[in-house]
Design a protein around this ligand. Sequence first.
Ligand code: AP5
Ligand code: ZN
Length: 214
Amino acid sequence: MRIILLGAPGAGKGTQAQFLMAKFGIPQISTGDMLRAAIKAGTELGKQAKQVMDAGQLVSDELIIGLVKERIAQDDCKSGFLLDGFPRTIPQADAMKENGVSVDSVIEFDVADEVIVDRMAGRRVHSGSGRVYHLVYNPPKVAGKDDETGEDLSIRPDDEESTVRKRLGIYHEQTKPLVDYYQAEATAGNCKYITMDGTQAVEAVSAQLAEQLA
Ligand code: AP5
Ligand code: ZN
């Protein structure tokens, strides 16, 4: 199964990716996590991406398309994958099509901007795995620690409110057009398009996804 998770920063893509990965046994391809891993490892890619990400802007299409192409070609993606944070521009979606990469389902998470600003203020992440928590809405079992490894959780550098607002602006400008793009693909019979009310509780969203994808 090949799935695209579409939605604003903080809409819950990473959170539901954890659920869907476990349910369908497919890998999560999070371009944000891949870039953060490159920054941590100090690679050339990481050096190029860091400033852009910290400023809440998008990394170049060329760089991201190359990264995803390479990742999708790996063996564990043969039975499907979950794209989280890609595509996020029309050229990225076109590149997928041109490379003959079809998808089964596109899931859009609909959440208002003000809800997102509140969520980001309480987000904590485990940088090693990309697992995501929230101080109130999705707390870890032990405060400040990852459930699986017990390692420390951290705050993402781009979660500062002014950066979040900048990321939301870029989402509306450059990524929102993908809603029409994939709705048209669905109308043409090329994929299924599912819109989720992403403001419901985490478990409620997961339960609905399971139903829709059954
Ligand atoms: P990326 O890491 O992809 O960030 P994003 O798209 O901005 O999305 P987030 O990870 O912030 O949010 P999410 O939807 O995963 O929400 P989450 O589940 O964590 O990208 C980061 C940067 O990398 C970009 O700005 C860009 O620079 C670069 N980049 C990445 N991909 C790129 C691309 N394709 N092209 C160009 N540049 C690219 O949830 C958020 C919080 O809410 C958490 O605390 C969570 O616990 C909580 N929460 C989740 N669901 C619920 C719920 N239902 N109720 C209450 N709280 C909830
Ligand atoms: Zn995410």
